[in-house]
Structures are given as C-alpha cells and as structure tokens.
Ligand binder design. Sequence first.
Ligand SMILES: *Cc1c(COP(=O)(O)O)cnc(C)c1O
Length: 431
Amino acid sequence: MLQLTKSAELFEKAKKFIPGGVNSPVRAFKSVGGNPIYMAKGSGAYLTDVDGNTYLDYVGSWGPFILGSMHPRITAALEYTLKNIGTSFGTPIEMEIEIAELLCKIVPSLEMVRMVNSGTEATMSAVRLARGYTGRDKIIKFEGCYHGHGDSFLIKAGSGALTLGAPDSPGVTKGTAMDTLNAKYNDIESVKLLVNENKDKVAAIIIEPVAGNTGVIPPQPGFLAALRELCDKEGIVLIFDEVMCGFRVALGGAQSLYGVTPDLTTMGKIIGGGLPVGAFGGKREIMERVAPLGDVYQAGTLSGNPLALTAGLETLKILIEEDPYPELERKAAILEAGFSDNLKKLGLNYVQNRVGSMSCLFFTETPVVNFDTAITADVKKHGKYFHSMLDQGIYLAPSQFEAMFTSYVHTDADLEKTIKANYNALVASGK
Ligand SMILES: *Cc1c(COP(=O)(O)O)cnc(C)c1O
C-alpha cells in the first residue's frame, strides 16, 4: 500500500482555502474515490509525490506531455527565455510570428492563427467568430464532447441525467442553453435533424474529431466527411476542437489523419508544452473578421507571451524533427495488445478504444461509439481498477471518462510493468 500521509494533510488544508481543495474539478478524485495525490516533481514519464512515492505517468498533465515532463530541450529553451528575453511585454514579439507560421505549415486548415492562453479561450473565441461571421446564433455540439468551461459548452458536456437544452451548471442562462443544440457523436442523421429544424440559424458545428473527454471515441469512417459536406451545403462553420487530439494523433492533428479540413481549428495542451497556451485559427476569410483587422472582438493581456510560446515552439520543433508518431503508435499498440491478452486470460470482454497514443479501457462489453454507450461502463469497477493501478505505481487519469496518454519517453520496460499491473488491477476490479 502507498504511504500518502502528506498528500492527505495537504488536501485537508487546501479545502479550507480552495473550493474542493483543487483548481480544476477532476483532480479531486471524486469519480474514483479517495484523496488526490500531491505531486512534488515530474521527470520524463515519472512523477514523484510529496510522500516520496514514484509513479509512471499516463496523464501527462492531461495531454501536453507527449514528450514527457521536463524534456531537456524544452527546459533549456525556457531557461534561455527567462534569462535573456523576459516573461511578458504586452507588445508584439518575433516569436509570435514564428509559431504562427509554423502552425500554418503543419495544420492543414490553418491560414491564420491567434494565440490565447487556454483551450477554453480558444473554443469560446472560435464560436464567437463563427457567430459573427455567419450572423447566426445557434451552435451544434455533440453529447459528451468537452470544449472547456465556456457557458455555451456546458450543455450535456459530461455525464449525469441530462435534459434537452438544460444547462449542466447553474449560472449558465436559459438563453445561452437554448442556443446550444446537442447531436449524437457518430450519428450524422441526428445532426441533419437539428440543422433542418433550425434552418439558417446554425452558426457552427463544433466537434472533437477524436472524442477524448468521454474516454476515447474515434470518429466512424465517413462521419467527419459527412459533417464537412453538411456544413458546406448549409453555410455552417465547421470547427474541429483539436485541443486534445491536435499534435497528438498526428503532427497535423485529426484533420490530417482523417483527411477532413475544418473551417476553424482550436488548439491547446501540447501546443503549450506544459505552459498555459491555446490557439484558434483557420480560413483566412473567417480569421480576417478577428479584431483589430475585423469586428469580432478577442483579446488577452498575456496572449503570446514569450515564456509560454517558448515551451510550445520547442515542443513543435521536436515533434517535427523527431517524428515520434510511429514510435508512439508502436508503444500504444503494445499496451493495447498486452491489456487484450490480460482481458482474455481473465475471461473479460471489456472494450478498448484507441487512436494513436490516446486510449481508453472501458469497463463495459458494449462497443463505445458515443456518450450513451460510454456511460454503460461500470465506474465502480473502474474505481477499483484505478486504485489498484495507483498502488502498483501507475498513475492514470482519475476517471473512467478520460484518455490514457502514452508518451514518447515511456520505455518498453515501463510498458511491460504497466501490462503486469493491468492484470493485477483487472483481478482487483472483480468480475
Ligand atoms: C482540455 C480541453 C479543452 C479545454 O482546455 P483548457 O486549457 O482546459 O481550457 C477544450 N477542448 C478539448 C477537446 C479539451 O480536451
């Protein structure tokens, strides 16, 4: 058993000053039970907590650490910027052009891009832009897709008993909720129905082209292309929210993997290399509507600051130079095959979904293709599984409905250790 005294003490203290003791809800371990673990240090694929326990990390700061934590080149670049440039000016800097040009080169849909400070900012801004551009109010999103905590997105953004057009969170107005329509992932007919019922009122369809916030759900063949076709026909702006899957499933994101080009793309996580960064961009004609060139307002005091851009830029450069994607695929496939063997040995038929280094083991036998099928998973069993993995030194996301991220720095020995732990944890989770 893990010794977690200090973490428990810190959590008790934190709860006095921070709501729920955390600065982002999933960190509180609510869906798996127990107390969150306070980390003291990250290095490569490993985390060390305040009690001195070490873990193999499959969360990677919820996605950014595709190259592991504290990559020597990123750390060196940050040190250089800190010592020689500064942390922020609130003026344009050359580095902004460098990252914008690079992004436009590697992400197919990008002709212009604006840097922001989080994924949430990126999606909020992209939706405002789509509304300004089309002169329409409504947006279509998909049940179970998460696009940050902007008001418009907190409608069926997660689990729970959900009613049509009702906000998931108090504080989201009924008016806002009414402008957000929810379709079913991988179900083009559900989208067409909403579009027909709201003729010429839909500004944008926003989707995670690989859904990663209800576990992992790949788009079925033809689904994204059908969305593209529908948007073209109806004058709707297609937004790919690639905050999680961008630079993760391929350098150019899901849009390059599946060959479907959205009008706008939102980015985050990997693009900040572990610092707070987001971005949105796309077609020139639409992006030209962003202030000060256009009339759609968007701004940020710390947007494009040198420190954050340094981490992002260095991450992108390494991804381009080293092309880790075949290796990420190989590693994630080893894990998937190892887990499959374990399931078979134990007579379990749980579902695994995976796109590249994003994967999820669902505690259900029902193929997971959308929100409704995802929530057939047995979260109690998952909770036992999670804690058994943790006891064996494997740090997974503390929720059934999150992705497992394999990184470039997980070694084959790490993977083997993980597969062994998975066997024990499956046993511990019960039949
Ligand atoms: C994480 C995430 C966001 C929100 O990004 P933050 O930086 O947490 O605001 C938005 N969309 C998707 C798909 C995400 O995974």
